[in-house]
Design a protein around this ligand. Sequence first.
Ligand code: FMN
Length: 388
Amino acid sequence: MRLRRCQFMVLELRERLGVDLQLLLADEPRLAFQTQWVALAAHLERPVTLDAQEIDVVGRLSASEWVTCEEAGLTRDDAALAQLREKGLVFEASDSNAAHDADTRLRDCHWHGLAAVAHRHLRWSGVDSIAEQQRFAELFDGQPMAHLQQPPAPVFERGAPQQRLALPKQPDSPLLDLLARRITCRNFDQGGPLSREDFAFVLEATFRALAQVDVTGVSVLKKGTASAGGLHPTEAYLLIQNVEGIAAGLYHYHVLDHALEPLQPLDAADVRRLASRLLAVQEYLADAPAIVVYVSRFERNFWKYRQHAKAYRAAILDVGHLSQTLYLAATERGLGAFFTAAVNEADIEQAFGLDPMQQGVIGVGGFGRRSATRREIEFDPLHAVWPD
Ligand SMILES: Cc1cc2nc3c(=O)[nH]c(=O)nc-3n(C[C@H](O)[C@H](O)[C@H](O)COP(=O)(O)O)c2cc1C
């Protein structure tokens, strides 16, 4: 019997607070606490509780080398060892199960361990973000902001006003004008479809590769948006609800061919329900006729930046850059756009058939024609979109 533990696992000491009758009776004004060790493994979907024996046993095993029970100072019938195998944290070389497969796949992807654990365990499934907000508001008598008290000042100052060097302002700039008109849209037109030209323009400006170049044996892409190492690991997966001449359903965008790859057709009601679920019930965003899921191909980024402390950050930043380009492309075209990180990543992976550790969801955007009436709040203090 040869054993190995999973590649990435972090032990967290979790605490549960509660009211203790004894403390109350003793007139001690504090909550009672209970602690437990929880293993967060990058290949497992859920945290796993561990006891002291299991922690001792897993600590005797290597993440890279297969060892015998004897080498690890264990007996074959060790109860804690059996529990760890049951929990999917320890494997026998010939094990064939979902946890072992997931751990093996992860090893090929060159993740930084902490980033892998954070990515896996910060994903949502089935969250209703609107209901969560309401619950939070009710907790504080409908005044959650009053409970939070004053935020840190919006402007950070490092000197007296008279010490500042005033800079010239540009009188006339198409870019500054475009930026001033970029307003996150939460009021999409529910009338006719988005035109195919508008739809294609926004995708072309944001995602299309302008060139494919061989740089010292590595094929890299040139786009209008910057990307760490020129790798462009971000893929656009689309949920199309109402675009002229394109059937509703799920698609993937091909960056070199500037074309859609159909994945699954859906009828109008199903696609709208799915949009709501993926967007954590933000209905005002789910109304967008074209919804873009920003998916990072970690395998491509981490192929170069192996176990690199900055690689995951770079992957997320790539999406931020692309999202701003999409916002500006839509704004130039007179369309509205949004971006949100409040999404049900696990539900999105399921819909598009993605392994979260190979191709992970970072956020979701969308675009379409603006509605003539404002039902939902938008941030437009300069009245660039809404007259009052
Ligand atoms: C990372 C990120 C996450 C966001 N998440 C949400 C969201 O969950 N729901 C939403 O309606 N808007 C979301 N937004 C949009 C912001 O609320 C919006 O940018 C902000 O209110 C300022 O408005 P503006 O974009 O019109 O300037 C997000 C924006 C960013 C960059």
